[in-house]
Design a protein around this ligand. Structure first.
Ligand code: XIL
Length: 344
């Protein structure tokens, strides 16, 4: 082999091992949420990170009902269409998020008073949106966050006006409008036993009606020092045994106190905290790799710390550090540990 050819090959290998999606190519898709501004590619540094490390996208907000369906019988697809062209350009699959959710509804929908009007809104929303993107999205979070912590169904305009059957109906309408899209139920804390049992009951109800559901998304909004590893593993096994794909769909590790508006790391985060976060990300990815035959995608809820929703939730204006890339777009210790796992 000539010296220049072997140098070229070494060069290729090096760049492959620096890419998250390439490192995990034989395990599961590596996704991230993306916001509308980012699809416009105004930050070359951010665009390079999306392109290098991720092969799946979830729109952070631009496919939510308040954006797509702002008034009765009125749809605005401009942001969502821009997302689709970004994904095509960068060769990424899209998970649509989300068709039926109690939150981020347009004002007119929150004010609907009759079962008839809610039904018309519900049906026309699913039919219009799912059919418009049929063939362009790999999957849909058909229903998001329909459960309470005790496993019962959450009150919403859908439950209150359409009854418990609305969930199976949403899956049926989506399967007709987008026959090639995979259909998922998505929620947070569904790894915890009571909520997990509610999720299993919901899935079995859909399946018993002969309606298609392909997977369950465990959101994965976890907190440093409190990640429920055992429950996560039990849930992966339980959802898999229902014949479903399992995904981690909105992964982040919050480092701030949950119950006060204190903002301890406004001026910077200690290395010790970053290293604890890295160790916990590593432990999570070891678990995901053990179940790589059951897990089809692991998606982070955001690209870099400055853009995380956790800077504003549950308290506005704090400085959080939940993701793999820092505010200067540099890989954090967590990124390095997840990459090192694949070099072992
Ligand atoms: C969040 C977005 O990240 C924020 O920008 C928005 O203000 C509120 O919603 N579970 C979900 C996501 O399913 O859609 C939420 O996204 C985070 C929690």
């Amino acid at each position: 082999m000539t010296a220049s050819l072997s140098l070229f090959i070494v060069g290729c290998n090096e760049s492959n091992t620096d890419s998250l999606k390439d490192a995990y190519a034989h395990d599961f898709l590596i996704g991230t949420a993306i916001n509308y501004q980012q699809t416009l590619e105004n930050s070359p540094g951010e665009t390079r990170l999306f392109h290098t490390h991720f092969n799946a996208l979830t729109p952070e907000n631009c496919m939510k009902t308040e954006v797509l369906h702002p008034a009765w019988n009125t749809f605005d697809f401009s942001q969502a269409d821009q997302l689709v062209s970004f994904a095509q350009k960068h060769d990424m699959v899209i998970n649509g998020h989300t068709l039926i959710w109690h939150s981020q509804l347009p004002r007119f929908a929150q004010q609907l008073q009759s079962a008839d009007s809610v039904r018309q809104f519900f049906e026309s929303h699913i039919q219009t949106v799912a059919s418009r993107y049929a063939g362009k999205l790999q999957s849909w979070d058909v229903v998001n966050e329909a459960l309470e912590e005790d496993g019962s169904l959450r009150s919403s305009i859908f439950l209150d006006h359409l009854g418990a059957g609305y969930i199976a109906e949403a899956f049926q309408l989506t399967s007709r409008a987008a026959p090639d899209a995979e259909l998922y139920y998505n929620d947070y804390n569904i790894e915890m036993p009571a909520k997990r049992a509610g999720c299993i009951a919901l899935v079995k109800d859909i399946q018993s009606k002969g309606i298609r559901i392909d997977g369950v998304g465990i959101q994965g909004h976890w907190r440093l020092g409190q990640i429920p590893f055992r429950e996560i593993e039990e849930s992966i096994l339980a959802f898999d045994s229902l014949g479903l794909k399992v995904m981690i769909t909105e992964l982040d590790i919050d480092v701030l106190p949950p119950d006060s508006s204190a903002n301890p790391y406004a001026a910077g985060i200690p290395d010790s905290v970053l290293h604890q976060q890295a160790a916990e990300y590593e432990q999570l990815f070891r678990l995901f790799l053990r179940h790589r035959d059951k897990i089809s995608r692991v998606s982070f809820w955001g690209l870099q710390d400055a853009k995380s929703w956790l800077n504003h939730f549950p308290f506005r204006g704090r400085t959080n550090y939940p993701l793999l890339f820092d505010r200067q777009l540099r890989p954090k210790p967590a990124f390095d540990r997840i990459m090192e796992l694949k070099r072992e």
